[in-house]
Design a protein around this ligand. Sequence first.
Ligand code: ADP
Length: 165
Amino acid sequence: MGIAVYPGSFDPVTNGHLDIIKRAARISDSLIVAVLINSAKKPFFTTEERVEMLRECCAPFKNVTVESFDGLTVDFAKKHHASVLVRGLRAVSDFENELQLAQINHALMPGIETVFLTTGLRWGYLSSTVVKEAARYGSDVSRFVPHNVELKLKARFEELKGEVK
Ligand code: ADP
């Protein structure tokens, strides 16, 4: 697939995202994981933290790099000479939004194609939001996220608890 971009919030990266990264890396020459700065959404982890966690767990994949970006995904892709956007599809509920995104991106930049990889069944229910919710109430999230992310979530919720007291 030449150069591919996998954009997202990754707040934080989960095993579901990593599954997509691993598989997209296998079918592309190089893959750029693009972390949306997204100031409107008020992310839980800062851009730098999200990038750092991703870099740590993408280190084994030699053709994967991690960058942050602001603005339109297609502009980021163009700047990096990428012709493919990768997105993950978990369930039918993802489809409507993803279809719209792919179509608008294609309209904005016809040279760019969106490729969907379907989630491995075992990660179908996983989202960054449910992982944060589980971690907030002290559940073991080690099955859902890489170890560095698990530690970071624990530390952040401990910190927040300290602030509330
Ligand atoms: P966004 O805010 O752009 O949806 P996310 O970080 O939540 O960012 O997701 C980035 C991409 O990864 C999306 O294409 C999403 O469908 C996909 N994705 C999210 N969770 C999973 C998962 N568990 N398995 C596979 N793909 C996933």
